[in-house]
Design a protein around this ligand. Structure first.
Ligand SMILES: [Zn+2]
Length: 231
C-alpha cells in the first residue's frame, strides 16, 4: 500500500483502520466498469478507492453514496471541446482528459494517470483527488467551488477566500495552481484539493488562507502530517 499511497505511512493506526474500512465499503458498493476491454483489477480498485476515501477520512462517508459507478479508461481520451479559461481565453486545442465527473453520473478515471500519479505524489497532480473533490462539491447540487459547509465560521470565510484566490489567478496566473484552475471556481476547488493532498507545504506557503479553509473543510492538516514524519 505504501508504494501506491504516500499517506499510508503518515497515518496513525486509528486513521489507517478507518481508511481501510472506507476503502472496503467503497470497493464493494460501487459498480466498476473497464472501457474497451480494460480489466479493472483489485489493484486498480484499491488505488482509486484509497485516494477517493482519503478525502472523506474525517467527513461524512454519505458524501459518496450517490456515486453508482466508477468507469476506468486505460489511457486518456482526447477532447476537442471548447474550453474557457476566463479572461476571454478560449481553447479548442486537443486536450487529454484524465477524468470526468457528473452529478449522479459515473466518475470517469484514466488508469494511466491515476497509476503514475499514485507513484509520484511529488508531481502535485492526482486525477482521483480531482474528480472526487468535484463529487464533494456536487453534494449540494452545484459544482461551484463551495461544498456543503457545516461550520458557520468556515461558511463565512469560504467565499471571500475562494473569490480572492480566483481573482488573482485570473489576473496574474499562478505557478502552483496552474491555468486549469482558472476555468471556474469548481475547477479551482478541485485543483486546490489535489495540491492540498500532494504538495501541502507548497500550498500553505503560496496560499495560506486557501490552505486554512481547505484544511478546515477536510478536517485534515496535510502539511503537519508531512512535517510530523519528516526526517
Ligand atoms: Zn475538474
Amino acid at each position: 500500500m505504501a508504494a501506491r499511497f504516500v499517506w499510508w505511512e503518515r497515518l496513525d493506526p486509528d486513521e489507517r483502520s478507518r481508511l481501510e474500512g472506507l476503502v472496503g465499503t467503497f470497493v464493494a458498493s460501487k459498480h466498476w466498469e473497464g472501457v474497451s476491454g480494460f480489466e479493472v483489477t483489485d489493484e486498480v480498485k484499491v488505488v482509486v478507492a484509497v485516494h477517493a476515501c482519503m478525502l472523506i477520512l474525517e467527513l461524512d462517508p454519505a458524501a459518496y453514496r450517490r456515486i453508482g459507478s466508477i468507469v476506468v479508461y486505460r489511457r486518456p481520451v482526447v477532447s476537442r471541446a471548447l474550453r474557457s479559461y476566463g479572461g476571454g481565453i478560449v481553447s479548442d486545442s486537443p486536450m487529454p482528459i484524465h477524468g470526468e465527473t457528473r452529478a449522479g453520473g459515473p466518475v470517469v478515471i484514466t488508469w494511466s494517470a491515476a497509476s503514475a500519479e499514485s507513484r509520484r505524489p511529488d508531481l502535485g497532480r492526482n486525477v482521483v483527488y480531482h474528480e472526487f473533490a468535484h463529487q464533494l462539491d456536487l453534494v449540494d447540487g452545484a459544482a461551484d467551488g463551495t461544498p456543503p459547509l457545516r461550520d458557520p465560521a468556515l461558511r463565512e470565510r469560504w467565499g471571500g477566500v475562494i473569490d480572492s484566490v480566483y481573482e488573482r489567478l485570473l489576473a496574474h496566473g499562478d505557478p502552483l495552481l496552474g491555468s486549469y484552475a482558472a476555468t471556474n471556481r469548481g475547477e479551482l476547488f478541485a485543483v486546490a484539493t489535489e495540491r492540498l493532498f500532494t504538495r501541502p507545504a507548497d500550498l500553505e506557503a503560496a496560499h495560506p488562507d486557501l490552505y486554512l479553509v481547505l484544511a478546515a473543510f477536510y478536517r485534515q492538516d496535510p502539511a503537519r502530517r508531512v512535517a510530523g514524519t519528516a526526517g
